[in-house]
Design a protein around this ligand. Structure first.
Ligand code: SF4
Length: 225
């Protein structure tokens, strides 16, 4: 008897790829070493950011940072309809993964008809920037300076207070977000690093992170949380 007919199997419909790229885990480090994943492909979600946990299906605040595969590049609009949070390795025309054979651990564990494997994996051994950047180097000093000077938790607290009508908080948020924007511009102007890597080193701008809390447009960028 052919039991395969009754065995659930991944249909590779791409639905999970449209909900966002995977968070990375220590077992994904070889993909970085091999160049399958480059820093320009990654996005850091910092501690204190409000995020939607796909596995738990809840809005939550990150207690510690994570590094994930970034979203598909591009502007919001008709061309990106329904794909605003698609994984950057998802090819919408073919509903295919561009790195299927070497896809990260979460993608290999994820099976929407049986989520036991991904539930066991997703909060375990997550990668952070410290696993990827040389923590003895000057770049790490800059990453640390940014983290201490522009904490996401402070920005989100100010943004929430601002949304409740606190004008002092609104001014403080604007000053913090503006200073962070200028920091990014200065960094980009003084280094030869590809601009696509900025969201790995520093996460999204505070303006982007807090746009959903403030009910403001995400400054022409699609990544709203
Ligand atoms: S890496 Fe591939 S399988 Fe994983 S979410 Fe992206 S497109 Fe989908």
């Amino acid at each position: 008897m052919d039991t395969r007919k009754n065995t659930p199997a991944c249909l590779r419909c791409g639905a999970c790829c449209l909900r966002g790229g995977p968070a990375l885990h220590q077992e994904d480090l070889p993909l970085l070493a091999a160049g399958t994943l480059a820093r320009a492909h990654l996005l850091t979600l910092r501690a204190g950011e409000p995020v939607f946990e796909n596995v738990a299906q809840v809005m939550t605040t990150l207690h510690s940072e994570l590094v994930k595969v970034a979203w598909l590049p591009g502007e919001p609009g008709a061309a990106n309809q329904g794909k605003a949070f698609a994984c950057r390795f998802y090819a919408p025309e073919e509903s295919a993964c561009l790195i299927h054979e070497t896809r990260p651990a979460e993608c290999r564990a994820l099976f929407c008809q049986d989520t036991a494997a991904i539930e066991a994996l997703y909060a375990r051994d997550r990668l952070t920037r410290a696993h990827i950047v040389d923590t003895r180097g000057s770049l790490w000093e800059i990453v640390s300076f940014h983290e201490e000077s522009f904490p996401a938790a402070t920005a989100t607290a100010l943004a929430r207070a601002s949304a409740r009508g606190d004008r002092i908080a609104a001014r403080e948020f604007e000053a913090l977000a503006d200073a962070e924007r200028r920091f990014r511009e200065a960094f980009a102007a003084r280094t030869a690093l590809p601009p696509q890597e900025l969201e790995f080193y520093f996460g999204r701008s505070l303006a982007q992170v807090c746009a959903p809390l403030l009910g403001t447009p995400s400054l022409g960028e699609k990544k709203s949380g």
